[in-house]
Design a protein around this ligand. Structure first.
Ligand code: PLP
Length: 403
């Protein structure tokens, strides 16, 4: 059976060249980069080279602006908590959006418990926040704004450069963070063009290892560490560095940035084929997110009358890996907070699927996927009480209970 991996927003396979490098720094060169002897020195050098690779990939001006950590979640915690607490004397107001990843949303919720006032801005039908709304939400107390570059569920791109420009014009040193976990390697990412002070990224979304990430902190940004220990990473993130991971991340970000344009073009074409084929062949289907201003290999749909989980399991049986928008919280399936924030009704949001293609996918994968999806949806809709107009709670054709 053919196997198709269409879940690159969840994680990506490690590029073989990256994996080889990681292995080398786990076995042959295992030293602690802080050690002064040869074993340490032979790791310190490539580790600093990885810092240069990240610096170059995001257009930072100095290697000292990059601190490595354990991934996108930790980087977001470092960004938000580190910027919020030290600036508390200046103000206690933070602005974010309703469609952020939980790495940002939950950190903001925690900051709210610690006395910060958090404004969670709404988005439009495509999942996009407006510059105007951010501007109108600013108060004398605003110290920090955190808005993702591209959304992990629907792929919509946020107007980060314009928001950053507007914030700069306020001339109040409001710190601007963007979560670029999904955009690195897919969109042009340059910290100066985006006008951001802090940017966070993760290795495993760009064909690098898991549990490695980085935070860019613009020189002169008022920030404090959130953990204490040794003096690693210029005291920004203590603890012995994950040298193999860092070196792998450096190589991975270099490779995705080098090939970005041609890969984005290829994926955009494949996405168009996939979207056209689905919308043309499957009635009662909607494309979620911004149809044009979105990540190249990313497509999210809602199929009326059926549950995302049933489609996911049926596709899995055909060797196809995709993701549904629902999250399993305490045993029940909750529809995605992103789709709900975009105004999609709960019952429709339940029928969502996210397809995220990557560098090893081909047009044949798109055909295999859609050709399998069509009969699956037909079958599930036949079984669905919602599609037949039957009583929803009990599924019978005409319920005397009148549910
Ligand atoms: C937009 C976004 N931010 C943050 C994260 C968290 O990154 P990590 O898995 O490296 O902790 C993810 C992962 O799904 C993400 O998609």
């Amino acid at each position: 059976m053919r196997r198709v991996y269409f879940d690159h927003a969840a994680t990506t396979p490690v590029d073989p060249e990256v994996a080889e490098l990681v292995m080398k720094y786990m076995t042959d060169h295992f030293g602690n980069p802080s050690s002064v002897h040869g074993f340490g020195r032979e790791v310190k050098k490539p580790l600093e080279q990885a810092r240069e690779q990240v610096t170059k990939a995001i257009g930072a001006s100095h290697v000292g602006e990059i601190a490595f950590c354990s991934g996108g979640t930790e980087a977001a915690n470092m960004a938000l908590r580190g910027a919020a607490h030290i600036n508390k004397q200046k103000g206690n107001h933070i602005i974010t959006t309703s469609v952020e990843h939980h790495a940002v949303l939950s950190t903001c919720q925690q900051l709210a418990k610690e006395g910060f006032e958090v404004t969670v801005l709404p988005v439009d039908q495509y999942g996009r926040v407006s510059v105007e709304d951010v501007k109108n939400a600013l108060t004398e107390q605003t110290i920090l704004v955190s808005i993702m570059h591209a959304n992990n569920e629907v792929g919509t791109i946020m107007p980060i450069a314009d928001i950053g420009k507007m914030l700069k014009e306020q001339d109040r040193k409001i710190i601007f963070h963007t979560d670029a976990v999904q955009s690195i390697g897919k969109l042009p990412v340059n910290v100066d063009d985006l006008n951001v002070d802090i940017l966070t990224l993760s290795g495993h979304k760009i064909y690098g290892p898991k549990a490695i990430g980085a935070m860019y902190l613009r020189r002169g940004t008022w920030w404090q560490p959130i953990m204490y220990g040794g003096g690693q990473e210029r005291r920004r993130r203590p603890g012995t560095e994950n040298a193999p991971g860092i070196i792998g991340l450096g190589k991975a970000i270099e490779k995705v940035t080098e090939n970005r344009e041609q890969e984005a073009e290829r994926l955009t074409k494949m996405r168009k084929k996939l979207v056209d084929k689905i919308l043309h062949n499957i009635p009662n289907t909607r494309l979620n997110g911004d149809p044009d201003n979105c990540l190249p290999g990313h497509a999210s749909f809602c199929f009326d009358y059926i549950e995302g989980e049933s489609m996911l399991l049926s596709l899995d049986m055909q060797g196809i890996a995709i993701s549904s928008g629902s999250a399993c919280t305490s045993g029940s399936l909750e529809p995605s907070h992103v789709l709900l924030a975009m105004g999609i009704p709960k019952e429709i949001a339940h029928g969502s699927l996210r397809i995220t293609m990557g560098k090893y996918n081909t047009e044949e994968d798109v055909d295999y996927f859609v050709d399998n999806l069509i009969p699956i949806i037909e079958r599930l809709r036949k079984m669905s009480p919602l599609a037949s107009g039957a009583c929803t709670p009990c599924g019978c054709a005409s319920c005397e209970e009148n549910h």
